[in-house]
Design a protein around this ligand. Structure first.
Ligand code: SAH
Ligand code: SF4
Ligand code: F3S
Length: 452
């Protein structure tokens, strides 16, 4: 039996692509293993959004190369295939092969649907495939991730690529132009997942709000939400990521109409300063973002908002940063991911650095620290306010830390740990919150009349 080990870095798109790789390789008899030492094929699905994730590839490749050489030394016929996939593969292509002679296969995200052919070829010769396909030729892989059968939640990709040009971002160059997956195909995948016991669907894309707009006759993103909600068995719908500029009143309305749409929204703002937002080419203002938040909360009062921030973007002054801190306090985000600006190859922000606008590393670090401290405080306050209240929780499985404890998520995407057993996995059960922590909640299963 042939075994494949896949290590995944980066965003949900990569997690999803990894699932598709496993599913397709499964058709050729490959079985997934979680031990690199047992594998005949090692795939590293990489991310290049910031410098740090990219570094992870290099340390991992060092490790994988050592395993490969060790095995070949012991048995010259033992040919462990080594592959790099994902955004760094797309960005670096041939360069990676030149740097790591042991690599057998380098392929970008567009090549994921062709992984079976690529691996078969790589068994005979080194292969590099970083071509972007024309939209007419692109096919979204349609076999289902075997792991989806074991989880009540699943991702479904609805678009690939991104047409925006946020000046800090490498994604448009690693994932190519935006392409919407036909909605009938999306709905078929959703039905397939529900038939396997999935209860919660997360629609993913880099800019889901622009879904379908380039294709005459295609559903809009809001229409897609309504269509997914109609699929029997879909109990919860989430989606990510939204660009604030493209989020229209029809999506806001969906928060009034669709009980399946969960009360959590990740709406990356990046900065609270209009000057910085302009230089990032985000095409919204702080005021417009705040008005959107207001409209959303009006439609769904318990909506928990989370966001992304970049601190230390070139030219960010103390005043700009204070505007970000002020926005954080105004919206009172339930959570946020915050990053120090990282210069990426080929992005427009590099020109701002060349002009001498770089924010010193220690200043960026202090700003990040302040922002994260404040966020932790806010998250905790939100969690403390929940103590004593009861929430429907979709049970996902055993808690990673405590034996006998299961965990799940509220509609607002809060992790709740509570005592229970495996028979509850995949069910939505009422849980009373008993304790609040910064990143999770502790709860108690509330007996329903049937249990009592
Ligand atoms: N499509 C999403 C973002 C995807 S990237 C959107 O438009 O919101 C995820 C997050 O990584 C971004 O929201 C941003 O906060 C961060 N990020 C992207 N490029 C970065 C860079 N060069 N330096 C630091 N953080 C970055
Ligand atoms: Fe990057 Fe902007 Fe596209 Fe998001 S919307 S992927 S930040 S270019
Ligand atoms: Fe990283 Fe590529 Fe996703 S750069 S964040 S894996 S789209």
């Amino acid at each position: 039996m042939k075994r494949v080990y896949i290590r995944t870095f980066g965003c949900q798109m990569n997690v999803y692509d990894t699932g598709k790789m496993k599913a397709q390789l499964g058709l050729d008899g490959w079985q997934a293993t979680d031990r690199m030492e047992d594998a005949d094929l090692v795939v590293i699905n990489t991310c290049s959004i910031r410098d740090k994730p990219e570094q992870k590839l290099h340390s991992f490749l060092g490790e994988a190369r050592a395993v490969k050489r060790q095995r070949q030394a012991a048995d010259p016929d033992d040919r462990l295939l080594l592959a790099v996939a994902g955004c760094v593969a797309q960005q670096e292509g041939e360069k990676l092969r030149r740097r790591y002679k042991d690599l057998d296969l380098v392929f970008g995200p567009d090549a994921v649907p062709r992984i079976r052919q690529l691996v078969a070829r790589a068994e005979h010769e080194p292969v590099v495939d970083t071509e972007f396909l024309d939209s007419d030729d692109y096919v979204f892989a349609d076999v289902l991730d075997p792991d989806a059968e074991r989880s009540p939640t699943a991702f479904v990709t609805i678009q690939k690529g991104c047409d925006n040009k946020c000046t800090f971002c490498i994604v448009p160059s690693t994932r190519g132009t935006e392409l919407s997956r036909p909605s009938d195909e999306i709905l078929a995948e959703v039905r397939g997942l529900v038939a396997r016991g999935v209860r919660e669907i997360t629609l993913i894309g880099q800019n889901v709000n622009s879904y379908g707009l380039k294709v005459p006759g295609e559903r809009t993103f809001a229409q897609l939400l309504y269509a997914v909600a109609e699929v029997p068995g879909v109990e919860r719908i989430r989606y990510t990521t939204s660009h604030p500029r493209d989020m229209g009143p029809d999506v806001v309305q969906a928060y009034r109409d669709l009980p399946q749409l969960t009360s959590h929204l990740h709406l990356p703002v990046q900065s609270g300063s209009d000057r910085v937002l302009r230089r990032m080419k985000r095409f919204y203002t702080r005021d417009r973002y705040l008005r959107l938040v207001e409209a959303l909360l009006d439609a769904r009062p318990d909506l928990a908002l989370t966001t992304d921030f970049i601190v230390g973007f070139p030219g960010e002054s103390d005043e700009d940063f204070e505007a970000t801190m002020d926005l954080l306090a105004t919206v009172r985000f339930h959570g946020s991911f915050s990053f120090k600006f990282s210069a990426r190859p080929g992005t427009a922000a590099l020109r701002l650095i060349d002009r001498g606008d770089e924010v010193p590393a220690d200043v960026a670090q202090q700003r990040l620290q302040r922002l994260q401290d404040r966020q932790r405080q806010l998250s905790r306050e939100h969690h403390e306010a929940m103590v004593g209240s009861i929430h429907p929780v979709l049970v996902e499985g055993w808690s990673r830390h405590d034996p006998g404890v299961i965990c799940g998520r509220t509609s607002t995407f809060k992790t709740v740990n509570f005592e229970g057993d495996e028979t509850l996995v995949g069910k939505i059960v009422p849980v009373e919150v008993t304790r609040a922590f910064t990143h999770s909640l502790r709860g108690r299963l509330v007996p329903t009349p049937v249990d009592a």
